[in-house]
Design a protein around this ligand. Sequence first.
Ligand SMILES: *Cc1c(COP(=O)(O)O)cnc(C)c1O
Length: 355
Amino acid sequence: MTIRFEKVQNPGKCPENIGEIPFGSVFSDHMFICDYSPEKGWNDARIVPFGPFTISPASQVLNYAPEIFEGMKAYRTASGKIQLFRPEENIKRMQRSAERLCLPQMDAELFMEALREIVKVDRAWVPDGFGTSLYIRPIEFANDVHLGVKTPKNCIFTIITSPVGSYFKEGVNPVRMMIEPDDVRAVRGGTGYTKCGGNYACSLRAGEQAAQKGFAQVLWLDAIEKKYIEEGGGMNVMFKIDGKVITPMLTGSILPGITRMSILEIMRSEGIPCEERLISVDEIREAARAGKLEECFCCGTAAVVGPIGELDLGDEKFLINDFKTGPIAQHLYDTLTGIQWGKIEDKFGWTVPVC
Ligand SMILES: *Cc1c(COP(=O)(O)O)cnc(C)c1O
């Protein structure tokens, strides 16, 4: 399918002070849109000026939330070239999300083409400066107009982009986190492994209450036994215990992060001991008491690596690595960001040049 273009009259560019603008609050000139209907399939792929949609109050998405999204970035390297990081993984993940929510799967080739074209058309919006990037947000939702609960038929797929500064001004910056004792984010059999808006909607209350107590985010427990650690806010989580990096295994309620996967691949390639398995709060408590909890950090596209400097387990709290970024977290941050911003050789073949 060819993508039709309707460009803005006076294109803008990335604001100079992008580092001071809150994450995801300015948008580039254009957006990609493609419609789906059972008769036509995916049709009318177009890049048009960024702007609001008009949808009916009876649209399925506003009533029953059949909505999925992705989050990825375009990075400008020192030579001025722009590249994506493992975009095929985002495409595959969005297809898995679509399958779970009964939404039509976007055609992988058209998706890739749309990513390239939306970045190219708004390349003036890709900031330069290490740690800055163009955040890319693909979204898909059901737009059938009726109040009956039915499998989605008519959908809209769109991609918007937003220039962003470094998540933490200092690169990496430890935060305080607490175990969430009551609310759960996801349950096995549910939608935890998908990026759907509903997972976030039900997470807000715990995040809000944690913030009021001075924590950056909560650590989610499994919803069945409330025993195993699953994720940290909207990021995956890793613990270094007695020399080994352990991350919760993917049980179905955990989002399979591309940062998580990349970090595991980096560690395996470098011979850093690491493991994917269940991790209980009891194990963390015992390791911390024995002085063997050496590092904790979250990971995801937005912040890359976010160290946890203090962990509140409810009955007991622990300072981790003196509230300083640990050597493994720093090393992984440096390696991953080095590859993403083209500062070090991409021996994994993860980056995809765009323009
Ligand atoms: C997006 C997301 C992540 C991180 O995934 P990345 O692909 O590394 O950005 C982790 N947990 C949740 C709940 C997420 O939505």
